[in-house]
Design a protein around this ligand. Structure first.
Ligand code: SAM
Ligand code: PRE
Length: 245
């Protein structure tokens, strides 16, 4: 996959609109997410490892908010051949690129992948052994999150698991300041300027709504997941594994 450099917010803008997963973002997305989310590559590699452990024959895997299919591509090579991975995203720009990538990768790279361009709140899910929400729930309206996770639990086979990765916030103001400053240092070290950081922050303000780790854990428990464990944290980025017994 090509790795175009993200310079979307490099020039000053009169007005910074809400962040959108449009053509310009899809074009630079692998570079953008790896320079914005500390630990992104490590989280993907654990998602690949978890697929081997969780996914059973004849089941479905759902990659909700799949973007360019980074998780889908890793999972498909690690699961039984009669599994279907459903890669779901409502961004036309992301879905078109994922289709192109799958055509290029047409050799035997693993199980069947179905790509769905739709609102993941409308995705029908059944017989799931693994569901991935890798930095997606944060973009879903807060009042739809509980019902989405309930549908994930209801669709999950016993022994199946959900991976929820999110940017999070903290109740303690000092902790919030410290961890978001450390994240900003990470972005600076990855080559983003103060202007790029400031303009992207403005664009994400009403679009990416973070919640605390305890809010996520409580919601997953309430949905019915018996084992809920945060397994990764780097600054204000967290990944949680939720297993249905
Ligand atoms: C940060 S990206 C996810 C990254 C991806 N999971 C990965 O691991 O590379 C968030 C994605 O969620 C998608 N998204 C946001 N809201 C959505 C919705 N309501 N339905 C479907 N996809 C949505 C966006 O289009 C975007 O591609
Ligand atoms: O918080 C930020 O600064 C981010 O850029 C985070 C984040 C994310 O968590 O999804 C936001 C949008 C892009 O998809 C890539 C990364």
């Amino acid at each position: 996959m090509t790795m175009s450099r993200d310079n979307i917010y490099a020039l000053p803008r009169d007005q910074v609109g809400n962040f959108q997963f449009d053509e310009s973002v899809a074009e630079v997305f692998p570079d953008m997410i790896s320079r914005s989310v500390p630990g992104y590559t490590s989280i993907l590699s654990v998602i690949e490892q978890l697929a081997e452990r969780l996914v059973v024959a004849s089941s479905n895997v759902y990659d909700l908010g799949c973007s360019l299919g980074a998780a889908t591509m890793l999972i498909r090579g690690r699961v039984p051949h009669d599994v279907t991975v459903h890669a779901v995203d409502n961004s036309a720009a992301m879905v078109r690129r994922l289709h192109e990538r799958l055509i290029q990768d047409s050799g035997d790279k693993g199980c069947r992948v179905e790509v769905h361009q739709q609102d993941l709140c409308q995705t029908d899910m059944v017989t799931a052994s693994m569901i991935v929400l890798n930095f997606t729930l944060q973009f879903i309206a807060a009042d739809q999150r509980t019902s989405l996770l309930q549908r994930c639990y209801d669709a999950m086979l016993p022994g199946g698991g959900l991976v929820l990765s999110e940017k999070v916030c903290f109740d303690d103001p000092a902790e919030q300041t410290l961890l978001s400053e450390l994240h900003l240092d990470f972005k600076r070290a990855c080559g983003y300027s103060e202007l790029e950081i400031a303009q992207k922050r403005t664009s994400l303000e009403n679009t990416l709504i973070p919640e605390s780790v305890s809010t996520h854990v409580d919601r997953l428990r309430q949905a019915g997941f018996e084992t809920v464990t945060p397994w990764f944290q780097c600054f204000n980025f967290v990944s949680i594994l939720a297993i249905k017994s």
